[in-house]
Design a protein around this ligand. Structure first.
Ligand code: EPU
Length: 339
């Protein structure tokens, strides 16, 4: 049997939370995945890169699987584009580095995002003006109950801000993505440099000519300054989503907080940086036992001492939610999945 018993999950979640799985298997192929699904000795729990989860229990009486299938394959190429089929267990950041080194454009703004390729579509990862949906062609997913394979196109996935069909009740925890096909540029890339200080960063570095490599490097420098490296300080990136509220509610809020930062949306809504809301409450650097709010980016909660429990991080997150609700009448949603 491929499952091992009583395995620590500390190395399999970027928060670095200590927790034990009753059964655990690393899965490297579709065949092994199907075998594991048919023979799981306990209810299944699937981990991707472990970068968007918070383990809140000391012990999971589950059959936990970590997807580690590897492979990048060119399945089609035209004069301007290339279609790459990438296995779910490829590390996202390594995949971006590969594309940049090979001259494939489209993912460079998403450099250094933690996690795996197979979990990237679930929450439609994004950064610096580009989202996964902009380069996503399709993915293959296996239905857990029937082992049936289905191809989901970009349209099928119904992508939104940190959202996809895989987060809806009909699909959540019912499918496992086994590979993703990307449509990337070759030769003539399109550059997105207007968002989040990329242009300024390129200027500071004295970059005269734009290239996908220069953008990836600029993004890496910005991220490294602002976001903690999970290898050094456990975290899951943004813990909260940026809330989207009606224009009406926003106008009331703006009267109370004239300096509020906001991004108008295409409909009658406004997106507000959760970082601003939390910062304004003086919660940067706030700690609860071993858990903390990151000093440079208060959207990010950290395993401050390396000894935090999932419950401590959750308590801190709930406290922030309460404070935000009390002060701004806004419900902050978690971006991270609580397990
Ligand atoms: N701000 C403060 N205080 C701070 C930091 C920020 O007031 O200490 C305010 C500033 O006004 C700033 C605004 O918040 O302009 C937004 O801050 P920032 O650009 O750093 O973060 P964000 O735009 O809200 C999002 C994503 C990040 C992504 C960046 C860059 C979400 C929840 N987060 O952050 O994604 O890297 O944009 O595109 O959408 C992730 O999902 O894990 C993640 C890190």
């Amino acid at each position: 049997m491929i499952f091992n018993k009583e395995v620590s999950l500390k190395a399999y979640n970027t928060f670095g939370i200590e927790s034990v799985a009753a059964y655990f298997a690393v899965i490297s192929s579709k065949q092994a995945l199907k075998h594991a699904l048919q023979n799981a000795p306990a209810p299944l729990l699937v981990l991707g890169g472990g970068s968007n989860i918070l383990l809140t229990k000391d012990y999971y009486n589950n059959a936990v699987i970590a997807i580690a299938s590897k492979g990048i394959e060119v399945i089609q190429a035209t004069s301007n584009h290339v279609y790459l089929k990438v296995q779910a267990g490829e590390n996202w950041s390594d995949f971006v580095d590969y594309c940049v080194a090979t001259g494939y454009g489209g993912v460079e703004n998403m450099a250094l995002i933690p996690g795996n390729v197979g979990t990237a579509p679930i929450q439609n990862i994004g950064a610096y003006g580009v989202e996964l949906k902009d380069v996503f062609e399709s993915c293959t997913a296996i239905e857990i109950d029937t082992l049936k394979e289905t191809i989901f196109t970009n349209e099928d996935c119904n992508f939104g801000y940190r959202h996809s069909i895989f987060k809806t009740s009909k699909y959540k925890d019912k499918y496992i993505i086994t590979d993703v096909t990307f449509k990337l540029t070759k030769g003539t890339p399109i550059f997105y440099t207007s968002y989040g200080g990329i242009f300024k960063e390129l200027e500071c570095q004295g970059n005269k000519e734009l290239s996908i490599g220069a953008i990836a490097n600029a993004v890496k420098r910005i991220r490294t300054r602002k976001l903690p490296d999970p290898k050094l300080i456990g975290n899951s990136g943004s813990f909260f989503k940026n809330p989207i509220i009606s224009k009406c509610n926003f106008e009331v809020l703006q009267q109370k907080f004239p300096d509020i930062v906001f991004y108008p949306q295409t409909d009658d809504h406004v997106k507000i940086p959760a970082a601003w809301l939390i910062d304004r409450l003086g919660l940067k650097g706030h700690t609860y036992r071993n858990a903390g709010v990151h000093l440079q980016q208060p959207l990010v909660l950290i395993n401050k001492t390396g000894e935090a429990t999932g419950q401590e991080i959750l308590a801190l997150a709930r406290y922030i939610q309460e404070m935000v609700l009390e002060n701004y009448q806004i419900h902050l949603e978690f971006e991270v999945n609580i397990l």
